[in-house]
Design a protein around this ligand. Structure first.
Ligand code: CMC
Length: 391
């Protein structure tokens, strides 16, 4: 079998070559197709960013118009899918619902014979429908009437409209909220070979359809150490607030080797400095709350917790800094997004990255089925014991 190198968590294994996202964890740099994340957050739309990741360059005006029109055309979901939603139990987690719904899209929209056309349609359909599915799952879980997408609204505004408009009271689409959501989704759009993206590539390597590969990415993202961290951060900040705001005791708990508790929203496999996305998020959060004329005790606690941790030798020596999830939850709360929908918000943002990585992998001339090896530690050859002789 040759020599097998053990690399737990694949921390030192390059699983592919990629020209999509550049990350420098030591210097805190993140670029999509060469463009710094800061420039995209400032100037690009989410649609442009999605196009950039998937096609390799920013769209021309005509390409963007065409892409926008297709997204509008695909935005409603098959009426029969609503029956699915209604049969999930009321407390079903939205990530479980979303991954099932995305996987079921193949049954509703069968494969198109022409491969290029199939890819084009599937990619646009997914980007468009994920937003509708997410908003529908929220409305149905609340027992509210589903709100349909509007062709005149931008990608982000349309999502907010479907989430918060109602037949009873019209939702006022505030520009600052749309702006914050655009930046958050851009910041989430890709992050090279993270756990969910690796899941998409690995499952995709068996040549499953794109819906199934993306569904596996959503499932991986559900975990509290990955996309569920934004929800876990809010739960932690709430616990600190309820305990009287004592940040120090939580920092001490996180340092205790006999306690499995970790500071949520802190630390990153690749960044050994401040996550560049967290720098932007902190600012977005501050501006959003200001624009909405709101204060949030959790933001003050987050700032204090950050300051307490960053002065502590344990966090300094291990290069543990806030990551993107540390502040996104507070922004989502200000927008009115329920806590259990936070990972869904991450999934919508990450979708263009998953798609771009899937496309790159299936077009790779050196493509191989993903099939890691192991180092066996079980018993040597052992004889079968008939059941009446077992003790
Ligand atoms: N709080 C306290 N200690 C920590 C933390 C934390 N959040 N993160 C890492 N450590 C310690 C860890 O205990 C270990 O200490 P020691 O060397 O004494 O054993 C050391 O730092 C290295 O940790 P690790 O687990 O080997 O590092 P990793 O690269 O495997 O973990 C991580 C990365 C993100 C899973 C981890 O930092 C963590 O659990 N953070 C909290 C969850 C979180 O915020 N996740 C979101 C990640 S960013 C969004 C995304 O990309 O999904």
């Amino acid at each position: 079998t040759g020599l097998i190198t053990l690399d737990p968590g694949y921390a030192n294994t390059g699983s592919c070559t990629s020209s999509i996202t550049f990350m420098d964890g030591e210097r805190g740099i993140l670029r999509y197709r060469g463009i710094p994340i800061q420039e995209l957050a400032q100037q690009a739309s989410f649609k442009e960013t999605a196009f950039l990741l998937i096609h390799g360059s920013l769209p021309t005006r005509d390409e963007l118009t065409q892409f926008s029109e297709q997204l509008t055309d695909y935005s409603p979901v098959h009426e029969n899918m609503r029956l699915f939603f209604q049969n999930f139990p009321p407390n079903a987690h939205p990530m479980g619902i979303l991954s099932s719904m995305v996987n079921s899209l193949r049954s509703f929209y069968p494969e198109i014979a022409n491969e290029d056309e199939e890819i084009k349609v599937t990619v646009t359909r997914l980007i468009s429908k994920i937003r509708t599915l997410a908003a529908m799952s929220y409305k149905i879980s609340m027992g509210y009437q589903v709100i349909y997408p509007r062709p005149d609204l931008s990608y982000c505004a349309n999502f907010l409209h479907m989430m918060f408009d109602s037949t009873v009271r019209p939702y006022e689409l505030k520009e600052e909220v749309v702006h914050a959501l655009r930046v958050i989704w851009i910041l989430h759009a890709d992050h090279e070979q993270n756990c969910s993206t690796s899941a998409v590539r690995l499952v995709g390597s068996a040549r499953v359809n794109l819906y199934a590969a993306i569904s596996s990415g959503i499932t991986a993202l559900w975990g509290p150490l990955h996309g569920g961290a934004n929800q876990a951060v809010i739960e932690m900040l709430e616990a600190i607030r309820k305990g009287g705001g004592d940040c120090r005791s939580f920092v001490e708990r996180a340092k205790n080797p006999n306690d499995s508790f970790r500071l949520m929203g802190f630390g990153h496999r690749v960044y050994k400095t401040y996550d560049p996305r967290a720098v932007i998020m902190k600012e977005v959060c501050h501006k959003l709350l200001g624009a909405l004329g709101r204060s949030d005790a959790l933001l003050d606690i987050a700032r204090e917790l950050e300051a307490t941790a960053l002065e502590d030798e344990y966090f300094i020596s291990r290069n543990l800094y806030p990551n993107i999830d540390f502040y996104t939850g507070i922004a989502f709360r200000a927008m009115g997004i329920p806590t259990n929908m936070f990972p869904v918000m991450f999934a919508i943002g990450r979708l263009p990255g998953w798609i771009a990585q899937w496309l790159e992998s299936i077009r790779d001339p050196h493509w191989k089925l993903s099939r890691p090896r192991q180092i066996y530690t079980g018993p040597k050859e052992t004889a079968y014991t008939p059941i009446d002789q077992r003790v």
